[in-house]
Design a protein. Structure first.
Lengths: 295, 250
């Protein structure tokens, strides 16, 4: 029998992990909401950002968190360019399907480049505070995990405020809800879609830095992430940012709790079980359909 | 450059992708402060005319003039600035936003806040339901109310011409009457209206000028009351029931 103490410890770790899932899933669902694009390369960009954070630290010795100042704007611009130069060339009729192929290819290219430039060796950021932790009500919390969680929360909050309060956010939400009507009130929906893509990649930049703080990274690590993230956005309802965040948190906690009994490998299956269950019971996802447009 | 017509579509050819042309040399003219109605059977190209006029669909050939100025090939954003507002077929409110957000998004391209405030007051006066349901989620309004929110949204740019695509679609007869009354009020407020309707009889009763569309061209056009009285039109497009009396205009 698992002790209550261990359960609480797992719960805390689950919340911390769920925060990171939530941020990454929010980005992934945004591509789909704005453009109906399935972005397989999202997690490849995540790993790319993690590598950049590691490389930055390795070269300069400065805290990898500071690499965010470069990677976030860089990824935003990369996202805008990717939408303008590649995604927009896909035919609107087969966009969703072809976007899977296109972004799959991009993921392979990124993985290949990472292997070529940094080799397949596993990398890990070593920081002064890497090993430190503190206790909350009997649970051990690693400082790096807390920082990663904090980053995710701040980024998610920023994304929420941007969507809710800013002019760009208004335009993005209008484009998600009715693309033609948005164009007819004077919104340049193509440009807005590009910015949406940039925002999605920016979440990958933040997530990657957070990941680099407490994980060992290697070029093919992104395959490990994309499955759970895809499952999360389907469970949450494709296109729904709050749905993605809530499903991510719930599944992150569940995964962490199941690890106690089943070990890490089997606990991972919780995402796929949740995916199949959702498709059987509520195929539009728990915040899908019309709810997907609500913020 | 002034012109006798606010909007002119001249000899337009247009279609979708590689499919056959939908519009084949269509010409329509909208004079100031008038309601022009396009009627015709399904697939005649009625909605396509409006998509071409608002820039959603680029014509293959032909010219579009707004107030005498050539605007052919412009994007929807530019067309809006030229003074063309388009209300789409079916429901096109931003459902998960409030009525307020919808109406204010109509003024997305207007930066001057005092101008926006003035126009909000004006559309609230024109469409009382917009003021009454200001903070409600637009998707929760009835079909007729949503239509009026869409009208209000389109008027926020102070357009010269409003393009209305099947405004009565999906509405019950009573709501349809309200919507057509609003069309008349828009015209009386100084906006020209180009309207496309399946409900040909009802639309022609409201319109000043009617155009009968078939196979991508205008087959017949003239003052709406005359068209209503025209036997040919009655037999072909108004449900095979010839109109015998000219209804009183407006």
């Amino acid at each position: 029998m698992t002790s209550p103490h261990l359960v609480f410890q797992s719960l805390v770790l689950g919340v911390l992990l769920g925060g990171l899932y939530a941020l990454l899933a929010a980005g992934l669902t945004l591509y789909f909401g704005v453009m109906r694009v399935v972005m397989i390369a999202h997690s490849a960009f995540l790993i790319l950002a993690a590598y950049l954070a590691w490389w930055f630290h390795d070269r300069t010795g400065i805290d990898p968190l500071l690499s965010l100042a470069v990677t976030v704007p860089l990824f935003f611009v990369a996202g805008v360019l990717m939408q303008r130069l590649l995604i927009r060339r896909l035919s609107p009729v087969t966009l969703t399907m072809m976007s899977v192929l296109l972004t799959f290819a991009i993921a392979l290219v990124i993985e290949g480049l990472l292997g070529y430039v940094f080799s397949g060796t596993q990398r890990r950021v070593q920081l002064g505070y890497s090993g430190s932790s503190f206790e909350v009500l009997g649970a051990r919390v690693a400082v790096v995990k807390l920082i990663a969680f904090g980053l995710a929360v701040v980024a998610l909050l920023g994304l929420y405020l941007l969507l809710k309060r800013s002019r760009l956010g208004q335009a993005l939400r209008a484009t998600i809800q009715h693309r033609d009507a948005a164009a007819l009130v004077g919104i340049d929906t193509d440009r807005v879609a590009g910015y949406g893509f940039g925002l999605g990649l920016a979440t990958a930049a933040v997530g990657g830095t957070a990941l680099a703080l407490d994980s060992t990274i290697y070029p093919s690590l992104h395959w490990h992430w994309i499955g759970p993230l895809m499952a999360i956005i389907v469970v949450g309802g494709l296109g729904s940012v709050p749905g993605a965040a809530i499903a991510a948190m719930a599944l992150g906690i569940l995964q962490s709790l199941l690890q106690l009994e089943m070990g890490t490998t089997w606990a991972q299956t919780v995402f796929y079980v949740a995916l199949f269950a959702t498709l059987m019971v509520r195929p539009q996802g728990f915040f899908g359909g019309r709810l997907a447009q609500r913020f | 450059m002034a012109s006798d017509h606010l909007l002119e579509l001249v000899d337009i050819q247009a279609g979708y992708g590689r499919a056959a042309m939908v519009l084949r040399g269509l010409t329509v003219r909208v004079p100031p402060a008038s309601v022009v109605c396009l009627v015709g059977p399904n697939g005649a190209g009625k909605s396509t005319v409006l998509k071409v006029a608002s820039g959603l669909l680029r014509p293959r050939s032909g010219r579009i003039l707004v107030d005498g100025v050539d605007v052919t090939g412009q994007t929807p954003q530019q067309m809006l600035r030229s003074g063309l507002a388009h209300v789409l077929q079916g429901h096109s409110v931003f459902r998960e936003m409030t009525v307020a957000e919808n109406v204010l998004l109509g003024a997305y391209s207007v930066r001057d806040r005092s101008v926006v405030a003035e126009r909000v007051a004006a559309v609230q006066k024109l469409f009382p339901v917009v003021a009454e349901r200001w903070d409600a989620l637009a998707g929760l309004l009835s079909g007729g109310q949503q239509k009026q929110v869409e009208f209000a949204r389109s008027l926020m740019v102070s357009p010269k011409v409003v393009l209305l695509d099947e405004p009565s679609m999906g509405l019950d007869p009573k709501t349809t009457s309200i919507v057509f009354e609003q069309v008349v009020r828009m015209r009386d407020a100084g906006v020209a209206v180009l309207i496309v309707e399946q409900n040909a009889r009802r639309a022609l009763e409201t319109a000043d000028i009617g155009c009968v569309l078939d196979l991508g061209r205008v087959h017949l056009s003239g003052p709406a009351p005359e068209l209503l009285a025209d036997r040919r039109l009655g037999e072909i497009y108004l449900g095979g029931r010839p109109v015998t009396t000219v209804p009183e205009e407006r």
